[in-house]
Design a protein around this ligand. Sequence first.
Ligand SMILES: C[S@@+](CC[C@H](N)C(=O)[O-])C[C@H]1O[C@@H](n2cnc3c(N)ncnc32)[C@H](O)[C@@H]1O
Length: 460
Amino acid sequence: MAAQSPLSALLALLTSSVQTLESAYAKQGLSYPSLDAPFAPSPLDTDAELNNIARLAVASAAQIIATIRGPLETIQETSTGAYGAAALSLIVDTHVANIIKEAGDDDQGVHISEIAAKAQVPADSLGRLLRYLSTRHIFREVKPDTFANNRVSSTLIKKHTLDEIKAKPTIEYEGSTAAAFVGHTTDEGLQGAAAISSWVKSLHKNYATPFNVGNHVDTDIFHWFETQEYRARRFHIAATGSATDRFPPTIFTGGYDWASLPKDSIVVDVGASMGSVTLTLIKEFPHLKYILQDLEKVVKYDAPKYWEAQMPSALTDGRVTFQAIDFFEAQPVKNAAVYFMRAIIHDWPDEKAKQIMKVVRDAAGPNSKLVVFDAIMPYACEYTGPFAEAVAPIKAPYPLLANLGLGLGGFVTLVDIQMLNLLNGKERTVGEFIELGKQSGWKLESVKPGMMASIVYSAA
Ligand SMILES: C[S@@+](CC[C@H](N)C(=O)[O-])C[C@H]1O[C@@H](n2cnc3c(N)ncnc32)[C@H](O)[C@@H]1O
């Protein structure tokens, strides 16, 4: 039998993935969610097995497009990607998704003249940017110049109404993690992105990061946030969302054998931000005591407020406490059962990442564990070295890229470049995690693969 052509193999993969997804929904008496309807959360969204099937479908569809579309069109679409970021930036700043929702009908949509009047911007440019997004399946143009929310754009609807936000601007992003993510990545993030090429060509001289060049800032982004109340609040809400909305909670609850820890064991969430990972853990493991550490401003104001809203009982019964720290100064909690860090090590270049892990090692006891939740950088080609199964959590069938392209590697590589931009940080390979451990007194014990891996170290 003649070997299947790459395109036919991709189409077969796409067909079988779609059939599996549709039948899983049908078993629950549901249809697969329509792109035209607003997003409504379903327990199937975070089903790990279905997520993997969806990744295969996305990887196949994206590779079909890359194969069939003319190369120049792919280059043009990519080199003008900033327009998508710019469009989203405007949409979120001017609350367009809320304006459409509050004006009423999901199917009829709202005319651009009405949207633009409420957004207080010119209708012509706003309408063209909305059409750019609608053409890429973010919003719908239901009649000429008339736009409605769809499954994708509806995630940008801020939880509070326009009137509530107007009355109290500090609540703009509360509970609105996708909008906060767009705000952060298309404001200070986009300024930095525009400087990546010149920063790399300058051999990293003069400035620590592209973010520093593009935003004319001298300190690291986290210390800059201490002077930027609005952006800091938005960033921490975005970080909360990427922990809780983006990943199945089993990444954290199953990332270590938390149940085996004796009652009242101390677990330290190092660089906790609001502590959304701890919130996931404490619901399943209430027998542990959690200490949330971050820079002073974060643990004094925003994090306690978040817990008062989410789980006040954890504050009153002392299962959750807060502590101001600096990663680069002595760790105040000695001999904890577990120190964990989510999305911390990837923020920093090797020297600093090593220091952060060494500071924790100096405070750790002989049985303490360090659990790092970070993505493992998946090569786009096959990899057969140590912990290969963690590098490619889903075996890619022919002819998909080994990292599933846009199905998985797309997300990890975008976070990698975001880290390069903002902090000269990086998503690391398993080899790099082993090496960081070696240089900071930790031995890599196990790696649990996933979209975000759980990397467990014990004291060397
Ligand atoms: C990317 S966020 C990750 C937050 C959190 N672990 C999560 O998963 O949502 C990085 C956190 O590190 C904190 N941070 C940055 N520099 C720090 C330092 N020198 N000392 C302590 N915390 C710091 C920031 O304030 C921020 O909350």
